[in-house]
Design a binder for this molecule. Structure first.
Ligand code: NAP
Ligand code: ZN
Ligand code: ZN
Length: 351
């Protein structure tokens, strides 16, 4: 028996999200069915619901920061039982045999991972639908364990914003003694501030929003700089070991490259819809690195959830009724969210 699920979908790139009914597949042997409690609202949802990256398939049900409880398990499920509290992030499958999958970095699957939404199911070719919905069916290999002791609405954003910032901070071995810049205080940026601070780094936040300076310090930054203040920016020239850029819209990267030390690295996690212009001199003359990073693998996502539980880190959230989703998108585009919208799926009821 497939499960009929209520959801919210974007019917087209230019149309607001609206109620939409979908069928979740019958459980395959290793599938679990999850009753969704909360789903975070990522800027990638906005980019894709509005087809800003190209390639969106409509109707599109966004949502990849999912927390819920297991309602049923397939006959071959080993790791989970009914009632367990679990999470699902940006991926629901991958090829599982390429070098990347074998090394546990499924996000870099050479055949392409299956996205939680706007992806293509590897078995039946259907389009995947995400977490703005009251159920989801997922192979257990892509399901994470979540501690019931944490506030589950505030845990949901860890499944994308948390892992997307944790993974590069780990890969580039950020730790005590490092000076780390975080660009943009949104969903990703505020997680980067908290996690880099917990890793022992000296964190400096760069923002376009003067109203966020006090919050940046409260969240764990030692300093906050208004990025259009040229004097304040130049005071940090040649001083950063690592910078993580979490900005969703086109902006000048060169202003940050010159803040890196010799051989420092700036990693892009934000994915604006237009490419940047890169000046060569700041890179070449100081052997600086410009890099990118994509979410994180399944094992690393579990490691991040455990790290956050140990360090008491959750997201700062504004919990919304699903009917407020279009307003939430408009506010997010204006950088007006403190610091992640999370949908309470109990508000999703049959019309
Ligand atoms: P968000 O909550 O909207 O935060 C983006 C922040 O960027 C804003 O709060 C704002 O911070 C800053 N910003 C916005 N417009 C700007 C502009 N014109 N110039 C300079 N700064 C600006 O978005 P998010 O959910 O954190 O996502 C951020 C980006 O990461 C998106 O592009 C998203 O698609 C991408 N993403 C990538 C991955 C990955 O795996 N690489 C994963 C998830 C998301 P201030 O107000 O502080 O300036
Ligand atoms: Zn995301
Ligand atoms: Zn693979």
């Amino acid at each position: 028996m497939s499960i009929t699920s209520l959801s919210y979908a974007a019917p087209a790139a230019s149309a607001p999200l609206a109620p939409f009914t979908i069928n979740r597949r019958d459980l395959r042997p290793k599938d679990v069915s999850i009753d969704i409690l909360y789903c975070g609202v990522c800027h990638s949802d906005v980019h894709q619901a509005r087809d800003e990256w190209g390639g969106s398939k409509f109707p599109l049900v966004p949502g990849h920061e999912i927390v819920g409880r297991i309602a049923a398990v397939g006959p071959d499920v080993k790791g989970f039982k009914v009632g367990d509290t679990v999470g699902v992030g940006c991926m629901v499958d991958s090829c599982r045999s390429c070098a990347a999958c074998q090394e546990g970095v499924e996000q870099y699957c050479e055949k392409g991972f299956t996205g939680t939404y706007n992806g293509k199911d590897r078995h039946d070719g259907s389009t995947t639908y995400g977490g703005y919905s009251n159920h989801i069916v997922v192979d257990e290999a892509f399901v994470l364990r979540v501690s019931d002791k944490l506030p589950l609405d505030a845990v949901a954003p860890l499944l994308c914003a948390g892992i997307t910032t944790y993974s590069p901070l780990r890969f580039w071995k950020v730790g005590p003694g490092d000076k780390v810049g975080v660009v943009g205080l949104g969903g990703l940026g505020h997680m980067a501030v908290k996690i880099a601070n917990a890793m022992g780094a000296h964190v400096v936040l760069f923002t376009t929003s003067p109203s966020k300076v006090a919050d940046a310090i409260r969240l764990g930054a030692k300093e906050a700089v208004i990025s259009n203040d040229k004097k304040a920016m130049s005071a940090h020239a040649n001083s950063f070991d690592f910078i993580i850029d979490c900005v969703s819209a086109p902006h000048d990267l060169n202003a940050y490259m010159v803040l890196l030390k010799r051989e420092g690295t700036m990693t892009l996690v934000g994915v604006p819809d237009k490419p940047p212009t890169i000046e060569m001199a700041p890179l070449v003359f100081k052997r600086r690195h410009l890099a990118g990073s994509l979410i994180g693998g399944v094992a690393e996502t579990q490691e991040m959830l455990d790290f956050c539980a140990e360090h008491d880190i959750v997201s700062d959230v504004e919990v919304i009724d699903i009917k407020q989703i279009n307003e939430a998108y408009d506010r997010m585009v204006k950088s007006d969210v403190k610091y992640r919208f999370v949908i309470d799926l109990a508000t999703l009821k049959a019309a």
